[in-house]
Design a protein around this ligand. Structure first.
Ligand SMILES: Cc1ncc(COP(=O)(O)O)c(C=O)c1O
Length: 398
């Protein structure tokens, strides 16, 4: 980390490191993408149509599965996948606390109960060593989250899930490009749920996808996403029947046009974030106030949705909230992902969990900080973040 100890942080009246604000996430939408969306606007068909079908086919191919069903959000993708797997009232779904609340809401909205299993301190994903003890007669699904884009330990998790006859549904909201032992993480488990929220590496504005090799599951999700409608008789066109429950969660062609464009450049943009993550790692490796995420084994591929560090509180005279303010004054946005599920009031009330329920996640989450990482960033942007952090830590450190 560059030595700028003597410089006064902007929070104390110094000149900000950056002139313009650098955000944690940003969507880079090219002119070409805008033209593709415009073409849909002019086509006369805005709802679910040929672009959605093409996006589903190409997305399935990219993550290495047979079927993909496009929906309106990652939350809907989780909920519809759970419904398709038959998860409902009174069931339990095992998941990790270090995730966005959407994972829990999707389970709760099915009438099921999230059972939180702590994370492994090394990779911040569901700890397979704790999984078996959490399985009960009511468990219906195991739902790991590939936090920040780092793969969960799929080998052990799938081994345990299979032994108990449980389907594994991956929350892949951070993990479009993530790989485990040579293939995309989407090829593991029974189904995967993706998010195309604007902060994700493939965006459709808002949107999501269920991806699976199970044709019957894909068909159940497909029906349910649009009111449960089916042809009244094969090939009957507008004459339709409803044979099961439904909702309104179909993606539009406008969204899919953007998604198709984003998918074409997903690999090159991922490569860019890999370089930026490596620059962070090089620049921060000797910092005493910041701990880096553990290196990724060569058999795994990090999606680099987030670049998180852990602050070392003993090395700082300020708490994380003030550090975030001090970074903002340098025009660098940093963020917290996440306040874990067992520390959220609603889930504490509903599930009877508390801060000590998942002690590893509590400790990690108290110290975690996300630095800006997105493919519109340059290496100079990374350098400015490191300089700002160095200045703040240098001034407020001990
Ligand atoms: C881990 C995780 N799961 C699920 C979701 C839900 O996705 P969406 O916002 O598209 O509903 C998110 C969104 O940020 C997420 O980060």
């Amino acid at each position: 980390m560059s030595n700028v100890v003597s410089e006064r942080p902007a929070r104390e009246g110094g000149t900000p490191v950056r002139e313009t604000k650098l955000t944690v996430f940003a969507s880079a939408i090219s002119e070409e993408a805008i033209h593709e969306v415009e073409a849909v606007l002019r086509s006369g068909w805005l709802a679910t149509g040929p672009r959605v079908a093409a996006f589903e086919t190409q997305f399935a191919r990219y993550v290495g599965v047979e079927h993909a069903v496009a929906v309106t959000s990652g939350t809907q993708a989780l909920e519809l996948a759970l419904a398709g797997l038959g998860v409902g009232e009174g069931d339990e779904v095992i998941t990790t606390p270090l995730t966005f609340v959407a994972t829990a809401h999707a389970i709760l909205n099915r009438g099921a109960t999230p059972v939180l299993v702590d994370i492994d301190a090394r990779n911040w994903t569901l700890d397979p060593a704790l999984l078996e003890a959490a399985i009960t007669a009511r468990t219906r699904c195991v739902l790991p989250v590939h936090f920040a884009g780092r793969p969960s330990e799929m080998g052990p998790l799938i081994g345990i899930a299979n032994r108990h006859g449980l389907p594994l549904l991956s929350d892949c909201a951070h993990a479009i490009e993530t790989g485990y032992e040579g293939r995309n993480v989407g090829g593991y488990g029974v189904a995967n749920a993706y998010s195309f929220h604007p902060c994700k590496s493939v965006t459709t504005g808002e949107g999501g996808m269920v991806a699976t090799n199970d044709a019957a599951l894909a068909e159940r999700v497909r029906r349910r996403r649009f009111h449960g409608l089916v042809p009244a008789v094969p090939g009957s066109g507008w004459l339709r029947d409803v044979t099961g429950p439904g909702c309104k969660a179909n993606m539009s062609d406008l969204q899919a046009a953007l998604g198709l464009h984003q998918l074409r450049t997903v690999e090159e943009r991922h490569a860019r974030r890999c370089v930026l993550a490596e620059r962070y790692r090089e620049a921060l490796q000797n910092s005493e106030a910041v701990e880096l995420p553990a290196p990724v084994p060569s058999s795994q591929r990090h999606g680099w949705h987030l670049f998180n560090v852990l602050l070392v509180p003993e090395r700082l005279r300020i708490d994380r909230r003030v550090l975030i303010e001090a970074m903002a004054a340098e025009h660098v946005e940093v963020a917290i992902h996440y306040r874990p599920l067992h520390c959220l009031t609603y889930l504490q009330d509903r599930l009877g969990v508390h801060e000590e329920s998942c002690p590893v996640a509590t400790q990690v989450a108290r110290r975690i900080l996300s630095l800006p990482l997105h493919d519109a960033m340059s290496e100079a942007d990374v350098a400015s973040v490191v300089t700002a952090l160095g200045r703040v830590i240098g001034y407020y450190g001990c």
